[in-house]
Design a protein around this ligand. Structure first.
Ligand code: 13P
Length: 261
């Protein structure tokens, strides 16, 4: 059984002092929940604060982006070695980076290799636009993104990889994909593509998250889908109560599921 994950993407919100307070409140509420991997992804400036705040608990820290080079003349960028010791996870290829910061499948792939080579855990984001969804192209678009992201990555590395399916039309819109839609793309498309690339056993071992307008109300239904192992949460993760409730709901479902096996 894959261990569920609730990853909080705080995006460009919170100064370090605010991030510390939010991490403290979340730690107080979910630190005992060891059956769910909670990952807090603050802006770079707050990474150290959040790292110190959750140290010694079950909560992990993630960065929201990274550069692929080790060091060099890349003004404004952060490398994987700089994140070591502060973050275990790195979000790669978020649609907002693809949309506003010229992230491409090629840069996603370079970043993925850099993160894996340094022993961190990438959370690779894929997802289609509304126009692509309307045109019935979701499967083709998302499958191609998965393949491009993983180009040159050996199967033995897949245990480190998390994939997040985030339909762009569902991000920040309050219009989440239905549980059935999310399941179809996470299952047939993302896991199906992994199976095509690496075989069934590896495909079954990779954690696939759904992201896009998840909240305390809809997380239960989403987490009941067989191919969805967690969520990448934006807006709702900025509220300690709501995020913690999502973690608790997930833990309860996981427990119920485990006892029926
Ligand atoms: P929302 O949960 O705010 O829709 O954001 C989703 C997201 O982009 C997480 O990475």
């Amino acid at each position: 059984m894959r261990k569920p994950m609730m990853a909080a993407n705080w995006k460009m919100n919170l100064i370090p002092a605010e991030a510390t307070l939010l991490a403290q409140a979340i730690r107080a509420a979910v630190a005992e929940v060891s059956s769910v991997d909670s990952v807090l992804c603050p802006p770079y400036l707050a990474l150290a604060n959040v790292h110190h705040t959750v140290q010694g608990s079950t909560i992990a820290v993630g960065a929201q982006n990274v550069h692929w080079a080790e060091s060099g003349a890349y003004t404004g960028e952060i490398s994987v070695p700089m994140l070591k010791g502060l973050a275990e996870y790195v979000i790669i290829g978020h649609s907002e980076r693809r949309q506003y910061f010229a992230e491409t499948d090629e840069t996603v792939n370079k970043k993925l290799h850099a993160v894996l080579n340094h022993g961190l855990f990438p959370i690779v984001c894929v997802g289609e636009t509304l126009a692509q969804n309307d045109a019935g192209d979701t499967h083709a678009v998302v499958s191609a993104q998965v393949k491009a992201a993983l180009a040159g990555v050996e199967g033995s590395r897949l245990a480190q990889v998390v994939i997040a399916y985030e339909p762009i039309w569902a991000i920040g819109t309050g219009r989440a994909a239905t549980a059935a839609q999310a399941q179809a793309t996470c299952g047939k498309t993302v896991r199906g593509t992994l199976a095509e690339l690496y075989g069934d056993e590896i495909a079954q071992s990779v954690r696939v998250l759904y992201g896009g307008s998840t909240n305390a109300k809809n997380i239960g239904e989403i987490m009941q889908q067989p191919d969805i192992d967690g969520a990448l949460i934006g807006g709702a993760s900025l509220k300690a109560d709501e995020y913690s409730s999502m973690v608790q709901t997930t833990a309860a479902l996981y427990k119920a599921n485990a006892s029926t096996r």
